[in-house]
Design a protein around this ligand. Structure first.
Ligand code: ADP
Length: 432
């Protein structure tokens, strides 16, 4: 039994015995008992009233010194209150030191509420995005960072990727942005300076472009001489084979230089897509003429499933390059008489180009790396087929630059399926 109850029962006992004795002295023991019970009850109610008043004033300071169970209740509340206060102070201290560290993190951090309005931002975010405190609190972030790439990203439901934008403060610098879920409904926008990475990428792509251009002239000269020499009927027989090999290698280097140039220009951040309405069915028709010629002796079975009305707002040259890389790969890697299916149609709200073959297939461990530059499953086979190892890398870049995706599925011994899906916003219907 608690001390409060003990005191209270003692007090009740004293009142009852006192009342009984005094009542007995006057010859009315029961009346004495009743009277003392009433006095005790009145006193208890009065004590409880003082405690209730103390509670209703916020239980500040020690409870009234009324003794018994009423004081015991007050004491319990008071101690709990003090413990809570200590805990709140500790938590407030933690929150404030957490905020201080967040405020000084070198990455820009912006906390957004459900309506994408700014609830809080740190010092780096002021610097990166030019945010002003307190004017920009409660402003929608897409009203302050006005760049189409950013607006599309922040309004979309998919924030798994990172985007790069020009800094709103200086168009010469670049920033990397990522949105993470924060709590139940909030989002945390993280902004990083990506200028150094960009400069390095530009140096690399400038180097590749310059080197490729430098290689082009000697290659053109070599190719010209090779054609003259190859056509020479008086060429000694023992030179014919090596010269044919040299011609094949020159053609391979030529393809390599072209692919390197194409990839480097697709990667350039200042590369603009030359967007037009592209009649994809007509493009595929032209591409298939080349495909039939390339397949010729191998007699592949081609199946075409083309939506004849489906066009695309896209860069025609880039899209043709992506599509031909996939179709030519299928021809190169599928054995003679194999089946190659080329499809173009709507899948969900996207327009997808599919190339399927029943060739050798690719083991699962290679699939995620297949679109890396120069990644080949079988190097000698790729070289024999005239491959540069850059084809799928080009396809992926074309898809990324169009806001689409390349998906690769394959099973050893069964075949492969390469799917390029373009976003619904690019899809157009051909009329007439
Ligand atoms: P390459 O010029 O070597 O063909 P790609 O980037 O186009 O380079 O392809 C990368 C690798 O993917 C190829 O070396 C090959 O191993 C594999 N590959 C591509 N397409 C197919 C296909 N249809 N069937 C089997 N393997 C393929």
């Amino acid at each position: 039994m608690s001390e409060g109850w003990g005191n209270e029962l003692l007090r009740l006992g004293l009142w009852l015995i006192g009342g009984l004795i005094v009542g007995a002295v006057f010859g009315h023991a029961l009346w004495g008992l009743l009277l003392s019970s009433l006095v005790y009850l009145g006193q208890l109610l009065y004590h409880l009233k003082r405690i209730v008043r103390w509670l209703s004033k916020g239980a500040v300071g020690a409870p009234p010194n009324v003794g018994g169970i009423a004081e015991y209740i007050g004491e319990q509340v008071y101690q709990r209150q003090r413990r809570n206060l200590k805990r709140r102070r500790r938590l407030a201290g933690m929150v404030s030191s957490f905020r201080d560290s967040m405020a000084n993190i070198p990455d820009g951090l912006v906390l957004l509420n459900e309506q994408r309005k700014i609830s809080w931002f740190n010092n780096a975010a002021r610097e990166y995005l030019g945010l002003k405190y307190p004017a920009d609190i409660d402003q929608r972030i897409d009203n302050l960072v006005r760049q189409p790439v950013f607006t599309d990203y922040i309004l979309s439901a998919d924030h798994t990727r990172t985007i790069e934008v020009h800094s709103p403060m200086s168009s010469a610098s670049h920033q990397e942005m990522r949105v993470l879920p924060f709590g139940d409904t909030q989002q945390l926008l993280i902004v990083r300076d990506a200028s150094l990475l960009h400069r390095l990428q530009k140096i690399r792509s400038d180097f590749v472009i310059n080197a490729s251009h430098e290689l082009r002239t000697p290659l053109t000269v070599m190719r010209g001489y090779m054609e003259i020499v190859e056509d020479d009927e008086n060429l000694p027989e023992d030179l014919q084979r090596p010269l044919k090999q040299v011609a094949r290698q020159v053609a391979r280097m030529d393809r390599l230089v072209n692919d390197l140039l194409e990839l480097a220009s697709l990667e350039r951040e200042d590369a603009r897509l030359n967007e037009t309405l592209v009649d994809i069915p007509a493009l595929i028709k032209g591409l298939m003429q080349e495909a039939y010629a390339l397949s010729s002796d191998n007699k592949h079975e081609f199946v075409l499933r083309i939506d004849q009305n489906l066009a695309l707002l896209a860069d025609k040259k880039a899209v043709l390059s992506a599509m031909s890389n996939l179709v030519f790969n299928a021809i190169h890697y599928t054995p003679a008489k194999g089946k190659i299916t080329v499809s173009w149609g709507i899948h969900g709200d996207q327009a997808c180009f599919l190339v399927e073959d029943n060739g050798p297939g690719i083991a699962e461990q290679h699939l995620s790396r297949l679109s890396e530059r120069f990644y080949r499953v079988d190097v000698s086979r790729s070289r024999d087929s005239g491959g540069t190892g850059l084809g799928l890398s080009i396809v992926r870049h074309v898809m990324v630059s169009h806001g689409g995706e390349l998906d690769i599925e394959s099973e050893l011994g069964v075949g492969s399926r390469f799917t390029c899906c373009f976003p619904g916003t690019r899809v157009r219907q051909l009329t007439g």
